[in-house]
Write a protein that binds this ligand. Structure first.
Ligand SMILES: [Zn+2]
Length: 425
């Protein structure tokens, strides 16, 4: 069996659902001695030949390499074999397996094949279809189980490092020196006393780094966020602006070196760097605690809120809203007041019809019910249909607070924001 035949064989015999086959085909078998035979429940390798043991048969595999399969290899998928495909396509084994487990098996053609990452968008559709009972709970559970199963493949598939991620961008030190020289000439010798200029320099260096990494398979996946903005920046580009311990001040010490070039020789800068490290580890402990406490307080405060789905408090108040082309989706699933009548907008089309109109959106803010109660018309339809969902909503808010508190030490990017002067007039 060549790659294509082995791929077809795996799909046909449900082997994708068993991690032992994934491990056998996508990892490199460990031979102590090339002349010895290698034998597991699945593979037999001897005399330079590779066999798949399946149902008491030995089928020869002729892909010629180890690992036997690579998730980046291309295969042809026939529309007749896949319910989620309309046409034959050529795609990678990785994409095919992902679609097979996430879409094909659980939903039997309800969602079309995604030739790329089966991502967030489909997940939203699936949640909505589940709420509207277009798909069954069993299908949804199957989907979730398969997603969890896919996660266990991480140890065989996720590329955590590559040649490029281990190295600085080519010639970065010289390039940096040229940029620093140019900026000093343009902006004067005090240029880097300003945080704005430090950020400008960091941004130029990050562009060079992004250019270096652009075709790397880890870029945007594991090489993203804090790895790019914090780790790689300090390792290879520049330590950059280090805040002083004075929280009131916006001053920063500028350390032009990256860790690649070594610690700063200047005593004051070295002290500033070490202080920032110590402050960082202290902030981590305190902010985690504060963030967690705040999240808990919000949950406690809102824990007794109750939605009364069948009651209309009759309020004539709401949030003023002008519907336009860009925002009409915001009123979907909301009750709105038009000409003194409360109307449910439950489809995109109904929302679209209101483009150009001024209306009021019913909101818990204006609900007339007393105490910690909200009527069914003042909340979103989804919440009205699932009144216990309020806990999820509240958890989501608490999550934002917690994330904000933790973000400081996980992924920090300084950026320059241009203020529109008109907002002050
Ligand atoms: Zn109300």
């Amino acid at each position: 069996m060549n790659t294509q035949e082995l791929f077809n064989f795996m799909i046909k015999n449900g082997m994708v659902g068993e991690v032992k086959y994934i491990k056998a085909f996508f990892t490199i078998p460990y031979f102590k001695n090339k002349d010895e035979k290698y034998e597991t429940d699945i593979l037999l390798i001897k005399d330079g030949k590779v066999f798949l043991k399946f149902n008491n048969e030995k089928l020869e595999i002729t892909t010629g390499t180890f690992p036997i399969l690579d998730y980046m290899e291309e295969v042809v998928l026939k529309a007749e074999d896949w319910k989620c495909l309309d046409n034959d396509i050529t795609t990678t084994i990785g994409i095919a397996f992902q679609n097979y487990l996430m879409l094909e098996l659980p939903f039997q053609g309800r969602y079309k094949f995604v030739d790329g990452v089966v991502g967030k968008k489909i997940e939203d559709n699936i949640s909505e279809d589940l709420l509207n009972k277009v798909i069954t709970t069993a299908q949804y559970e199957n989907f979730v189980d398969n997603c969890e199963y896919l996660k266990t493949w991480g140890r065989y598939f996720v590329q955590a490092a590559s040649r490029k991620t281990l190295l600085p961008p080519e010639g970065i030190t010289e390039k940096k020196q040229a940029i620093v020289k140019r900026m000093l000439a343009e902006l004067g010798e005090d240029a880097f006393k300003s945080q704005v200029n430090i950020v400008k320099l960091e941004e130029e260096l990050k562009k060079i780094d992004a250019e270096w990494l652009k075709d790397d398979p880890t870029f945007g996946i594991v090489t993203s966020g804090k790895v790019l903005n914090n780790s790689r920046k300090e390792l290879f580009l520049t330590v950059g602006g280090v805040e002083t311990l004075d929280e009131e001040s916006s001053d920063a010490n500028f350390i032009v070196n990256s860790l690649l070039e070594g610690w700063p020789e200047d005593d004051e800068l070295f002290t500033a760097m070490v202080n920032a490290l110590r402050a960082g580890s202290l902030a981590r402990a305190i902010d985690t605690q504060n963030g967690g406490l705040l999240a808990k307080m919000i949950l406690r405060a809102i824990g007794s809120y109750i939605i009364k789905p069948t009651i209309d408090c009759g309020t004539k108040l709401g949030t003023e809203f002008k519907v336009d082309n860009n925002n009409y989706k915001d009123i979907k699933n909301r009750h709105v007041i038009i000409s003194n009548q409360t109307v449910m907008i439950d489809t995109d089309d109904k929302a679209k019809e209101l483009i150009g109109k001024d209306l009021l959106i019913r909101s818990p803010k204006y609900c007339n019910l007393v105490g910690e109660n909200y009527c069914g018309k003042c909340v979103n339809k989804l919440l009205n249909d699932n009144i216990d969902g309020i806990k999820n909503e509240v958890t989501a808010v608490a999550q934002i607070v917690l994330n904000e508190a933790l973000k400081k030490m996980h992924n920090t990017v300084k950026s320059i924001v241009k203020l529109d002067k008109d907002i002050f007039s």
